[in-house]
Each structure stands twice: as structure tokens, then as C-alpha cells.
Design a protein around this ligand. Structure first.
Ligand code: URA
Length: 213
């Protein structure tokens, strides 16, 4: 836990940090970037699902009967903030393959840095699910706040955010609006620059995933 940001969980695992370095590297191409983002997303999802409740199930191994744990409680829904969130989706789904998936289309108005919604598709039963929102960059925090506002309006109470990188400004904004939402990230970077980019960051995550620079 971070002293200023009680909701923030930075995953310091060496595998995550190694992959993050290559994601940051300006010479990493889109193919490698996508693979690494998928791998880091798996590892972040592993951490974010650490507290899922389990219940014992009676099974028979080839040797003996036993009671063995299986995941219980609310089912999951992953909500991707388009478009960069989709770069994390496959990795998260590889860890929780039965989760439903929702999409929220938000783009950042470059003048105001405020999110503008252009698409929303959530599972009909999302209110009965625990939600994991995925967006690689928690920058201003405005998109994450808007997405979580929407998800709460759909009736969800249990929400987590998975971001590859976070800026202090974004964490503070998210915490101010949704203090109970835990954030899982690979690094808390220094600050946002005048264009709203995370420093040192990795550039525009969507452009790096899709090669649209
Ligand atoms: N979105 C990005 O893709 N990169 C940043 O640094 C900030 C927001």
C-alpha cells in the first residue's frame, strides 16, 4: 500500500518490472508491445484477483476423495475503456476466461483533457458481477472516473481498476471520486506533462498497441 494513496497497489514483481521496461522503451515495436502488454495484464490480473473468495468442493482425485477450493461469490465482468483497454483484455481474460466483457468508448478531448463518451455496451447482468476496469494509462483519471460513474449507474458496487501505469494526478482524482476502488498498476510515475502524457510513461498506449503514430 502507498502512504498517500491507500487504494493504490503497485506490483513490484521482477517479471512485471522487466516487461514494463521494454514496454516503455521507444524502440519496442507494436508486435512486441502487444505481447508484453498481454503478459503484464495477466500478471496484474493475477494480483487483482488475489482476494476472490473460494469455497470447498468435494472431488475425487485418482487417489482419494478430497475437499478442494473453487472460486465462489460474484461472477466477474471486465470492462475495457476503448481503445487502449483492449490491449489488456486478452491477458486478463486468459486468467479469468469465463468473465463477461463490457466496453466503454471514451476519447480524450485534447483541449480540455475531459473524456467524451461515444460507445457503451455492458452485460445485462453487470449489477450482479464484480467488475475489473482495464485501461493501460491512469493519466488525469478523468476517463477512469467517467467509466466507473457509468458502471456504478448500472448498479455495480464492487469495482477494481487495472492500469499498466499511473500518474499521481490520476490516482488522486480517482481516489477523490471513488475512494473504495482499488487500483492495480505496475508503476506510479512522476507526473503528467502539459499534454496530459505520463512522464516518463511510454507515450500514447493506443498508438503503441495499434501502430497509429
Ligand atoms: N494516455 C496515453 O496513452 N498515454 C499517456 O501518457 C497518457 C494518457
Amino acid at each position: 500500500m502507498h502512504a498517500d494513496f491507500p487504494a493504490l497497489n503497485v506490483v513490484h514483481h521482477p517479471l512485471v518490472q522487466h516487461k514494463l521496461t521494454w514496454l516503455r522503451h521507444a524502440d519496442t515495436n507494436t508486435d512486441v508491445f502487444r505481447s508484453l502488454l498481454r503478459e503484464v495484464s495477466q500478471l496484474l490480473a493475477y494480483e487483482a484477483t488475489r482476494d476472490l473468495p473460494t469455497e470447498p468442493m468435494a472431488i475425487q482425485t485418482p487417489v482419494a476423495p478430497m475437499e478442494s477450493p473453487v472460486i465462489s461469490g460474484k461472477k466477474l465482468c471486465i470492462v475495457s475503456i476503448l481503445r487502449a483497454g483492449n490491449g489488456m483484455l486478452d491477458g486478463v481474460l486468459s486468467v479469468v476466461p469465463l468473465a463477461r466483457v463490457g466496453h466503454i468508448g471514451l476519447y480524450r478531448d485534447h483541449a480540455t483533457l475531459q473524456p467524451v463518451e461515444y460507445y457503451l455496451k455492458l452485460p445485462a447482468d453487470i449489477a450482479e458481477r464484480q467488475v475489473i476496469v482495464v485501461d493501460p494509462m491512469l493519466a488525469t483519471g478523468n476517463s477512469a472516473v467517467a467509466a466507473i460513474d457509468r458502471i456504478k449507474a448500472a448498479g455495480c458496487g464492487q469495482i477494481k481498476l487495472l492500469s499498466l501505469l499511473a500518474a499521481p494526478e490520476g490516482v488522486a482524482t480517482l481516489q477523490a471520486h471513488h475512494p473504495e476502488v482499488p487500483i492495480f498498476t505496475a508503476a506510479l510515475d512522476s507526473h503528467l506533462n502539459e499534454h496530459g502524457y505520463i512522464v516518463p510513461g511510454l507515450g500514447d498506449a493506443g498508438d503503441r498497441i495499434y501502430g497509429t503514430v
